[in-house]
Ligand binder design. Sequence first.
Ligand code: 2AM
Length: 177
Amino acid sequence: MVRLFAAVPIPFDIAEALQRRQRGLPGARWRPIDALHITLAFYGEVVETRADDLAAELTRARVDPFELTLEGVGAFGDGHRNRAVWAGVAASGPLNILAGRCRAAGQRAGVIMESRDYRPHVTLAYLRAAEDDRVGAWMTGHNRLQSPPFRVDRFGLYASVLGGAGSHYTLEREYLL
Ligand code: 2AM
């Protein structure tokens, strides 16, 4: 079994600017710079043969290259506490279409997909017992985040390997738009 997701990688200069915001929040486990991405579709644990089918189906999940801007920050919680902080993504039709096509590719390959709404974001940290007022203060300090627009001309199929210091991602296959 392999844990898979499709994602848009964040260009290095944009990721470096995000990295400068990864501080000042006790309890945050900041994600390393090479792990920063925008998930398009999450496939979960998939058997290897189905992973091969998925990789092939994703060749049909194409849109023309497009531009994205990162905008604002936020937090995801589970109703009790905040679990992650993230950078937001300015509304993008092409991104939503690409995400829908990656989801459809999963369904064609026989992956049982979760039915969550698609909320594009770049997770900056997972939180371990971070205090709500500190999370609020960090968000207030960064809510004017606005990246320069960057061109999206590829996406990847990534495997997520759970490790002691958080998940590590490996690029399994890259798709040029
Ligand atoms: P996250 O960044 O908000 O945690 C690899 O885990 C990627 O798939 C992450 O970007 C993660 O989002 C996303 N993802 C979507 N649904 C997920 C789920 N049910 N479990 C784990 N990761 C999920």
